[in-house]
Design a protein around this ligand. Structure first.
Ligand SMILES: NC(=O)c1ccc[n+]([C@@H]2O[C@H](COP(=O)([O-])OP(=O)(O)OC[C@H]3O[C@@H](n4cnc5c(N)ncnc54)[C@H](OP(=O)(O)O)[C@@H]3O)[C@@H](O)[C@H]2O)c1
Length: 284
């Protein structure tokens, strides 16, 4: 698992361990079995030659939208070159290896539910993740476009719900956007979908999101409501009215997830139920 020391890796790795998979971990920190700069072709080849994975799950990413916009070369290396290196190894090896590439709902914008061919790129993070998808698509791969939330088990990474929980519990004033729409899944749901993908290895691009998305503001109020947290200092606003966002964010990233549902024979959960499920993680 490449990028196993990040936020999603901290949920996915124990989930796959629990389900009996042998997970070889990678990251830059010493929490991983292998510490390798995956953007370096020789290092990437050495690691993959040693491990010879049946499945490569690539969670490596530079996810800070503002940072990607100003540090384009770093975004290129992490979100594109790393995937090119993995794909080059898969093409050149005798081992039959399938790539699961985690991409993002940021590749969509504009009203309505977006099917997989409905891409609109509006910032460099989205552009770099999309280019990473093209590299992944050159080999046997499943590309998952998603967004996720839930209690982060990664000390250095805070999720959207961590931020909401911390701010609301400490009565901090926060602004939540009523003009940005999304349909994320909980990290637990995403981990279970990835596990099915490891089993079935469907080829192509698949949206993975909840049914019935909502605005980020409604999401925040709904989460607060589930935990009986005061919303007195939580203000609804439009993303155009704040100065702290340096880079344009898509206004509507809601995904049509029929393709993955039909491929795996599943029904994705409703977002409100996912919020309830995640709220329980903070109540423990
Ligand atoms: N977070 C979200 O809400 C979100 C939403 C949609 C899609 N995604 C996608 O989901 C994936 C996982 O996201 P995440 O939030 O778990 O990311 P994250 O917490 O930032 O973790 C990124 C991982 O990549 C590793 N990494 C970064 N640069 C590297 C390099 N040059 N060489 C080796 N390892 C490197 C990091 O290692 P260290 O820990 O050692 O630094 C870490 O393990 C990403 O591809 C992201 O684009 C995320």
């Amino acid at each position: 698992m490449l990028g196993s020391t990040g936020m999603l890796g901290h949920t996915l790795r124990p989930f796959l361990d629990f389900h009996g998979y042998t997970v070889i971990t990678h990251g830059r920190s010493n929490h991983a079995q292998h510490q390798v700069d995956i953007t370096d072709l020789a290092e990437a080849n050495k690691l993959l030659d040693t491990v010879k994975p049946d499945v490569v799950i690539n969670l490596v990413g530079l996810t800070n939208v503002d940072f990607c916009e100003t540090e384009k070369n770093k975004a290129y290396l992490t979100n594109i070159k790393a995937v090119e290196n993995i794909s080059a190894w898969i093409k050149n090896t005798k081992v039959s290896s399938h790539l699961i590439q985690i991409s993002t709902d940021q590749v969509y914008d504009g009203r309505d539910l977006h099917a997989e061919d409905h891409v609109t790129l509006t910032n460099y993070y989205a552009f770099s993740k999309y280019a990473g998808e093209l590299a992944a698509a050159s080999v046997s791969s499943t590309i998952i476009r998603t967004n996720f939330f839930g209690l982060s088990h990664c000390e250095k990474r805070e999720s959207l719900t961590d931020w909401l929980y911390d701010s609301l519990s400490k009565d901090k004033e926060i602004k939540v956007f009523d003009d940005i729409f999304f349909n994320p899944v909980s990290m637990d749901t995403l981990a279970s979908i990835i596990e099915r993908v490891v089993q079935k290895k469907p080829k192509g691009i698949f949206n993975v999101g909840s049914a019935l998305g909502m605005s980020k503001a409604d999401f925040a109020f709904s989460f607060a409501d589930e935990l009986n947290l005061s919303t007195a200092r939580m203000l609804r606003t439009s993303s155009d009215q704040v100065t702290f966002l340096k880079t344009y964010r898509p206004k509507d990233m809601r995904m049509d997830c029929k393709r993955i549902e039909s491929e795996l024979g599943i029904k994705l959960p409703v977002l409100h139920d996912e919020i309830k499920r995640v709220a329980c993680e903070y109540n423990k």
